[in-house]
Design a protein around this ligand. Structure first.
Ligand SMILES: [Ca+2]
Ligand SMILES: [Ca+2]
Ligand SMILES: [Ca+2]
Ligand SMILES: [Ca+2]
Length: 347
């Protein structure tokens, strides 16, 4: 029966109501789900190369995503260290544009922008398949009703029955949670519908429905949704307390407590040092939008500097090959046991 465990996760991620505390989920989901296993016609919670997820979580894998681009999957934890090492050396050589065997912040910034574009191109490619799934007759546009039928079918409803009911304007019997998800999807749908508003989405509009990160209007919409979920006093801005508010409900065990402590610490740091650009201890929608914009070059330079600082053992504000190999786990997510061996021989 298709309605079991995964549906709850999907709902939890999509049901962006005030009660939904993102922090509760930090303990539950260890890693963001692979988008390919997810329902491909649903907007994903996690967007590669975007600093924050739809549910308000910080994207923990962000720096790896913008460093590896579409090669992320090449660095699985169990893949062979020798091969990873070779690939990492290849990447280093590419990032080092002026071939002085040292990566500057500018070089890293340029690389990050390139990899961000790569993620976007991946999204465009995947969107082609998703669009085909919701537009089976291939007339290049999808109505809200057509999408609604596909969505409910993906949730286990009988596609023909639902289609028939919608056609005859009959009432659909869906549970409250599904109804909430539907309403949130509908809002998003109409946001993605560029003028003239015909309630039909073409492939490009459908892309911004699934991937708001590269459309100004949709990015703004996404920011509004996130702020709405975290903003307790409803003034449209976020204080630090609102941004790091603790999860509702009791923490059952010490491990979950530790996760939540880390969660709070990381968010406080990000709020104070990065998101609140003018440091007045208030995060406005504009500040959050700047922060989340993947095409923002200033953000990319900041990220580049941060990444270099993590591994810059000789403190020259550049990254040398030894440094990047030593900090392989940070850059690629996988360790290299013999990072230092033979580094010099290969150059
Ligand atoms: Ca260089
Ligand atoms: Ca507020
Ligand atoms: Ca501010
Ligand atoms: Ca260095």
């Amino acid at each position: 029966f298709p309605f079991t465990s995964c549906i709850e996760t999907v709902f939890a991620m999509l049901a962006l109501n005030v009660q939904a505390r993102p922090a509760n989920m930090s303990a539950l989901k260890d890693k963001h789900p692979n988008s390919k296993e997810d329902n491909e016609i649903l907007p994903p919670d996690h967007l590669n190369g975007v600093k924050m997820e739809m549910d308000g979580h910080l994207n923990k894998d962000f720096h790896q995503e913008v460093f590896l681009g579409k090669e992320m999957e090449e660095f699985e934890e169990d893949s062979e260290p020798r091969r990873n090492r070779k690939k990492l050396i290849e990447i280093f050589t590419k990032v080092d544009i002026n071939k002085d065997r040292s990566v500057s912040a500018k070089e890293m910034q340029r690389w990050i922008m390139e990899k961000t574009e790569e993620h976007f191109q991946e999204a465009v490619k995947e969107n082609k398949l998703s669009f085909r799934a919701v537009d089976p007759d291939g007339d290049e546009h999808v109505t809200w009703d057509e999408y609604r039928v596909k969505f409910l079918a993906s949730k286990g409803f009988n596609e023909k029955e639902v289609a028939e009911k919608i056609k005859n304007n009959e009432e659909l019997k869906v549970d409250e949670e599904t109804q909430e998800v539907l309403e949130s999807l509908k809002d998003r749908w109409f946001q993605a519908d560029n003028p003239p508003a015909d309630q039909l989405l073409n492939e490009e509009e459908f892309l911004s429905f699934l991937h708001p990160e590269h459309s100004r209007g949709m990015l703004r919409y996404m920011v509004k949704e996130i702020v709405r979920d975290l903003d307790q006093d409803g003034d449209g801005k976020l204080t630090l307390a609102e941004f790091i508010s603790l999860p509702v409900g009791t923490v059952e065990n010490q491990q979950a407590q530790d996760i939540d402590d880390d969660w709070v610490r990381e968010r406080k740091k990000e709020f104070e040092e990065v998101i609140d650009a003018n440091h007045d201890m208030i995060v406005t929608m504009e500040e959050l939008e700047e922060y989340m914009d993947p095409m923002n070059e200033y953000n990319a330079l900041n990220e580049a500097k941060q990444m270099i600082a993590v591994a810059d053992e000789n403190q020259n504000h550049n990254l040398e090959l030894e440094e990047i190999l030593k900090y392989s786990e940070y850059f690629t997510g996988s360790k290299l046991m013999d990072y230092a061996r033979n580094v010099h021989e290969e150059f």
